[in-house]
Design a protein around this ligand. Structure first.
Ligand SMILES: Nc1nc2c(ncn2[C@@H]2O[C@H](COP(=O)(O)OP(=O)(O)OP(=O)(O)O)[C@@H](O)[C@H]2O)c(=O)[nH]1
Ligand SMILES: [Mg+2]
Length: 250
């Protein structure tokens, strides 16, 4: 059993102004910590119809989608993460909400671009994913996970193109640059500038599950997207949908 250290060795409690509210980050992380497995579906028609906001994590295989969900929700094995690409093979939904009242859903999607998957299987999955992204009525946000060492790939561009109309209609959009621990400070700065250009002025965040970089930032953004009424408008990051960048010339 661990004992509390003597009072003299405990870090002094930070003085809190009277009536101080929980910080936005603590609120958002507390909310994300309520995540529970909801369901898994091999095909779209197995998904439950929901009318609460849903946010999908998309991106190349091995980009770190499942790890990011586990990190944000502060749970080790909520989503299946693995060194081996292609680990996530179904659409997995996780519910969020305090006191058992579901108020949002996170979706972990299988990655694309994994060479070892047979072509037929790849095409099937790309169709399932495209259908999900285009038709899922309660989808209100998309987090595109991108390893900045690879940058946005051709398949990422195809996906952005596919989602252009929904983003123009108000779907929120964030590019998360994953595995930031693998970058030097100057590489990270450069990767951010490039991604900002590619995101057409939309949201971009650096993230590292191992160094725990960007967690609070991303958490706050997801909270703000799904709880706009709870936050004064001036504090809502990217309250408006951002246009996607133009499609590169063929
Ligand atoms: N260094 C480092 N490695 C990471 C980070 N995030 C994820 N990884 C590693 O990247 C690998 C892939 O992570 P996953 O979370 O399974 O990736 P995914 O995008 O869900 O992959 P699929 O399910 O195949 O689409 C694992 O070995 C993770 O440990 C990070 O921030 N830093
Ligand atoms: Mg995964």
């Amino acid at each position: 059993m661990t004992k509390n250290p003597p009072a003299s060795r405990q870090a002094p409690a930070k003085p809190k102004p009277a009536g101080a509210e929980k910080s936005a980050a603590a609120l958002a992380l507390g909310w994300l910590h309520t995540a529970r497995f909801l369901t898994t579906a091999p095909q779209l028609h197995f998904l439950p119809d929901l009318d609460i906001p849903e946010i999908a994590f998309v991106g190349r295989s091995n980009a770190g989608k499942s790890t990011c969900i586990n990190t944000l929700t502060q749970q080790k094995q909520l989503a299946f993460a693995s060194k081996k690409p292609g680990r996530t093979q179904h659409i997995n939904l996780f519910s969020l909400g305090r006191q058992g009242v579901m108020d949002a859903v996170l979706t972990d999607l299988p990655g694309y671009g994994y060479a070892a998957v047979p072509r037929q299987e790849k095409v099937r999955w790309q169709q399932v994913m495209a259908n999900y992204l285009v038709t899922r009525k309660n989808l209100m946000g998309m987090v595109l996970m991108c390893d900045p060492r690879l940058g946005l790939t051709e398949l990422d561009e195809v996906l952005l193109d596919l989602m252009r109309e929904r983003v123009q209609e108000g779907l929120k959009f964030l590019i998360v640059l994953t595995k930031a621990d693998k970058l030097t400070r100057s590489e990270a700065t450069k990767a951010l500038s490039i991604a900002r250009l590619q995101a057409g002025g939309g949201e971009v965040r650096l993230f590292s599950a191992t160094k725990r970089t960007g967690i609070e930032d991303v958490a706050e953004l997801l909270w703000a997207w799904t709880h706009p009424a709870a936050i004064p408008q001036a504090q809502v990051p990217d309250a408006q949908a951002q246009p996607l960048p133009p499609t590169p010339a063929q």
